[in-house]
Design a protein around this ligand. Structure first.
Ligand SMILES: [Zn+2]
Length: 290
């Protein structure tokens, strides 16, 4: 059954890291058109670190320069040189976009993003359906709000490879932190990319995903399961605060990740409130069944 494969592809936070050793500073070829360089910023939210992608050979788009780390930016330029024509960001969170300024300085490339935010000022604001037309390929932006309201994925049409930023990660689920993070739009955005004809997903964190639909389905299933657990826990409690529900709903998750899970729980409850199933508002306030 497909289920077994899913468990192998998307590992639990407590399980050992995936077998592929990711190394910083060295470009790894993923396909004829795509290369990846790992930034040196591993952590709870970033896994092995942020992935920077170089798409193209003669004309290059850099996707997500990552943090403002000189060694990392030098590695990108060492790999792409003056063929870097565009710098595209998936979203403006601080593990993805602060390297833009330094890379722009080194290359003069045009900076593309959905919006100016978190210190990033794009040369061009782009939205759903915008395509970068290079000599060898076409890269199309897909607006995928949920993790961040200004999140874009990029589809490399020739290879059907989706650069998913933090919309989909390898090895873990994505944190949805209200108010900019929104669970209902996140699920809509998962359904949106599920409709694309994909061969692989190159995530913002972790290794290349070669079974894209298994992972997208697991993401959706996992969120809906979690939502059901939230509803069950709240029904049992009658009225409860998020801090009281998290240990019940996220009993499978270690304590450090339970702290992070408060945001995702809040996002679930806000979605359920918008649907009229529960009442409540804030991260610290009381919630009850509608
Ligand atoms: Zn990230």
């Amino acid at each position: 059954m497909a289920r077994r494969k899913l468990v192998e592809t998307v590992v639990d936070p407590d399980e050992p890291p995936p077998p592929e050793q990711m190394v910083t500073g060295v470009a790894k070829a993923l396909s004829p058109l795509a290369r990846r360089i790992l930034a040196p910023n591993p952590g709870v939210f970033t896994g092995p670190g942020t992935n920077t992608y170089l798409v193209g050979i003669d004309e290059i788009v850099v996707i997500d320069p990552g943090p403002a780390d000189d060694a990392h930016l030098d590695a990108i330029v060492g790999c792409g040189g003056d063929r870097i024509r565009w710098i595209a960001v998936t979203h403006t969170h601080l593990d993805h976009s602060p390297g833009v300024a330094g890379l722009k300085e080194r290359t003069g490339a045009e900076v593309l993003a959905f919006s100016a935010k978190d210190g990033l000022k794009p040369d061009r604001k782009i939205g759903d359906g915008y395509s970068i037309e290079a000599t060898e390929f076409r890269l199309t932006a897909i607006h995928t709000p949920g993790h961040a309201s200004n999140h874009l994925c990029y589809l490399l049409e020739e290879e059907r490879m989706l650069f998913s930023g933090d919309h989909i990660m390898q090895g873990s689920t994505v944190v949805i932190r209200p108010p900019d993070g929104d669970m209902a739009t996140y699920l809509d955005s998962l359904a949106k990319v599920r409709k694309l004809r994909l061969r692989s997903i190159a995530p913002g964190h972790g290794t290349l995903i070669t079974e894209p639909y298994d992972v997208i389905d697991w993401y959706i299933e996992h969120r809906l399961e979690r939502e059901q657990k939230v509803l069950d826990a709240l029904r049992n409690a009658g009225t409860a605060k998020i801090d009281e529900l998290v240990p019940i709903v996220y009993a499978d998750v270690d304590e450090e990740r339970q702290k992070i899970a408060r945001s995702s729980m809040h996002a679930h409850l806000l979605k359920l409130a918008a649907e009229g199933q529960v009442t409540g508002k804030t991260l610290t306030g009381k919630w009850s069944m509608a």
